[in-house]
Design a binder for this molecule. Sequence first.
Ligand code: FAD
Ligand code: NAD
Ligand code: FES
Length: 272
Amino acid sequence: MAKIVKRKDLAAEVVLMELEAPEIAKKRKPGQFIILRVNEQGERIPLTIADSDPDAGTITIIFQVVGKTTMQLRDLHEGDKIADLAGPLGTATHIKNFGTAVAIGGGVGTAVIYPIAKGLKEAGNNLISIIGARTKNLLILTDEMEKISNRLIVATDDGSFGVNGFVTDVLKQIIDEGIKPDIIYAIGPLPMMKAVANATRPLGIKTIVSLNPIMIDGTGMCGGCRVTVNNQTKFACVDGPEFDAHQVDFDNLGQRLKVYNHQEKESCKIFG
Ligand code: FAD
Ligand code: NAD
Ligand code: FES
């Protein structure tokens, strides 16, 4: 059992929770995630560890409500307990001083990029961050990203805040300014990560994305999270979740993510 010590709505259907998990809080590194079950009959879902406080023994998760399990989690309150959580899982981000690093977060992907961006800044990189959302009210972690970045550029699809456009439009703008990133980390919706990869491939800029296939055990045993990278099968839970964007088969992942759409919709309807 893990107690919810803090619960906060960050945006429409985006919730932050701090969970009691002292061992995970001590060990976790940027890029790692947990798999949790809300209750003993529930499915296991992976969520990134957005932050941790080893002294308080807590970890932070930020999740978007998209289906039954995230609805169940949303409906819990401070003081409630979830059945269990496993972690830290996944290979931690390879962090060093690359020089100029660009961290791109699309929508709720900003929660996943935040710990990586923080690690890159602490390692001494000149950190340029780009975050985007459909509209102003869906932006998250703007203050937190500003605090850790040398420069933060915010974009909204509808122009209600910051640059009017996609995060990829901002990336093109900064490259046109003459900035030469030594590395780019991009996390968000699949079409966004694919668009970043397509923009940086011809320029030869090393680009890393974090993949989000459906996961079950999170330990490399079930094969549920398999992805195709450089024409090879990889298990995102142990070989990733981060991979070289220029080698990822995004279309294959997109198809695999849709496999259970019908059941997921039915499950939502029954849950209400
Ligand atoms: P479901 O009913 O299972 O699905 C609803 C919709 O979400 C469907 O369109 C389905 O295709 C899609 N979906 C289902 N499972 C996944 C999945 N594992 N990844 C992506 N899409 C999925 N989400 C966050 O909001 N915050 C995070 O920090 C975060 N970190 C993640 C880290 C990793 C390593 C991975 C693999 C995924 C992460 N996700 C994160 C996605 C999150 O796991 C899913 O949104 C969640 O499993 C959906 O469960 P559900 O029962 O609410 O929805
Ligand atoms: P969204 O659809 O609102 O998009 C967020 C931003 O991404 C947009 O504002 C835009 O700047 C950019 N973007 C979107 N489509 C683009 C395109 N075709 N080209 C260029 N840029 C584009 O996102 P959301 O609803 O907040 O996020 C949900 C998505 O994030 C889900 O698809 C979910 O699976 C994914 N996600 C990924 C991870 C991960 O680990 N990779 C974790 C959590 C969520
Ligand atoms: Fe089972 Fe990765 S989730 S192998």
